[in-house]
Design a protein around this ligand. Structure first.
Ligand code: SF4
Length: 463
């Protein structure tokens, strides 16, 4: 997600490159909306950023400001209607991009339908767009101030009207949102890596419950809601964000390599003689593990960088084929070795099982899995597609059973305390529900599996 107000710049091109840097947050569709002379124009389609846009489309999107979005959905509806930015023109014309998941989408949708509001998509993002577009308040900021307390769940959101870009973040700050500056103009992005690629300077994070306006008058901010507690997604630090992004003041790569060091202390592998990473997700943690354990480290796999992430086409069968194309073990490195194989997380375990098998086929003597996060046993209600509990390999299994299921000699995980030590954070200000089952926003969510309304979720590469 990206937004910029910069009349003196090529805002479409800035958005394109920002989205390019944010491609890891969603590969299903991409879109940019720009505003020029009071008119909003949107180009969005299914596919990667560089598949959706070409020179001609970017030239057509010239304007004073723009917003952009990359998307991945959870189930089924990989459709054009669900691509973003969402555009609506009820009483107020706007384009909107949303990262997260509303947990009260069903209720809000029903209430809007009752009022006669029609929807084109099945994404919860259009609910936010409809609430703001139909709102009678004079300014979009006043509409946001009234709508925000009605929304529950995770919503880092960017909205563009004819004359401004406004971004706001849910009161718990579940998903990231950063503020940047480019030649005296302002921009927002899901992650700071988007600023690096366009030469913008990272200023700070948008605060939970805060609404920032980027417009002719520069930057205006308003604290709309004071949340009861912060609950930033700890999985962003572990897996989701790009290693060169800055989250909560820390470079992600540094946190991940620290997780690897702590993992080596918590879960040594006494019989091992070589550390390898599952590329690229385990790279930073493997370096940390090797450093702290004193074991040598090498590349155990060559990764084909031109194969898209394995989840790009939903469905187990395609995922499997994708993986065979993606990793090739280096037999000369792993043959006869007792390996520590480091990765950052395991969800369903399908990818890991095949990785272990490939290493065995290549002659590895022992395979000890070390994971720089705790076991994932609970679904996410806040915008990350983790599927159901039953599909999670750690659900209802001990570590020994998981190891057996994956064909490994052993498996061990970093503790939640270890994760928080690595990011210098506390449970009180983060969400770790997928690990702990403690959902930070509402007491009644513990047993909830999936929202009836289709969420817009972040992708998970792990099968
Ligand atoms: S449940 Fe997990 S993935 Fe979802 S917001 Fe919480 S920590 Fe992040």
């Amino acid at each position: 997600m990206f937004g910029v107000y910069a009349p003196d710049h090529d805002v479409a091109r800035l958005s394109y490159f920002a989205l390019y840097a944010l491609q890891h947050r969603g590969q299903e569709s991409a879109g940019i909306a720009s505003a020029h002379g009071g008119h909003i124009m949107t180009v969005r389609d299914q596919g990667l950023v560089n598949q959706v846009f070409d020179e001609q489309k970017l030239r057509a999107l010239h304007g004073e400001m723009a917003i952009g979005h990359v998307r991945y959905s959870t189930t089924g509806a990989n459709s054009w209607e669900n691509t973003q930015p969402v555009w609506r023109a009820d009483t107020r014309e706007l384009a909107l991009g949303h990262n997260g998941n509303l947990t009260n989408a069903v209720e809000l949708h029903a209430a809007l339908r009752e009022r006669g509001v029609a929807f084109r998509s099945t994404s919860d993002s259009e609910i936010i767009a409809a609430l703001l577009s139909t709102h009678p308040a004079e300014t979009v900021e006043d509409a946001i101030a009234d709508v925000m307390p009605q929304l529950e769940g995770a919503f880092s959101t960017v909205v563009m009207t004819k004359d401004r870009v406004v971004a706001f973040r849910d009161p718990a700050g579940l998903r990231p949102l950063a503020l940047g500056m480019l030649d005296g103009r302002y921009c927002v992005a899901s992650e700071s890596c988007a600023f690096d690629i366009i030469g913008a300077e990272y200023l700070r994070e948008v605060e939970p419950g805060e609404c920032v306006t980027l417009g002719e008058k520069g930057l205006r901010t308003r604290q709309v809601v004071h949340g009861e507690r912060r609950a930033f997604c700890v999985f962003e630090h572990i897996y989701f964000a790009r290693p060169d992004s800055r989250l909560e003041g820390r470079v992600v790569q540094t946190s991940r390599s620290r997780m690897g060091e702590l993992l080596a202390a918590e879960a040594p592998a006494p019989s091992a003689d070589l550390v390898i990473a599952v590329p690229d997700s385990g790279n930073a943690a493997a370096r940390g593990y090797a450093r702290a354990s004193g074991l040598p480290q090498d590349d155990g796999f060559v990764k084909n960088r031109y194969v898209a992430r394995t989840f790009i086409q939903p469905g187990q069968e395609l995922r499997k084929h994708g993986l065979r194309l993606k990793f090739n073990p280096l037999a000369d490195v792993v043959r006869g070795r007792r390996l520590v194989v480091v990765d950052d997380s395991i969800i369903r375990g399908n990818t890991t099982r095949q990785i272990v098998q490939m290493l065995r086929d290549a002659g590895a003597a022992e395979v000890h899995l070390r994971i720089s996060a705790p076991p994932i046993r609970n679904p996410c209600h806040y915008g990350v597609d983790m599927s159901t509990r039953e599909e999670m390999i750690a659900h209802g299994r001990t570590e020994a059973e998981v190891a057996e299921e994956l064909g490994a000699d052993s498996i061990a995980y970093l503790s939640l305390d270890g994760v928080y030590a690595a990011i210098d954070g506390t449970r009180e200000t983060h969400c770790d529900a997928c690990f702990s089952g403690d959902y930070p926003l509402a007491a009644g969510e513990q047993g909830q599996e999936k929202d009836a309304f289709e969420p817009v979720a972040l992708p998970l590469a792990r099968a």
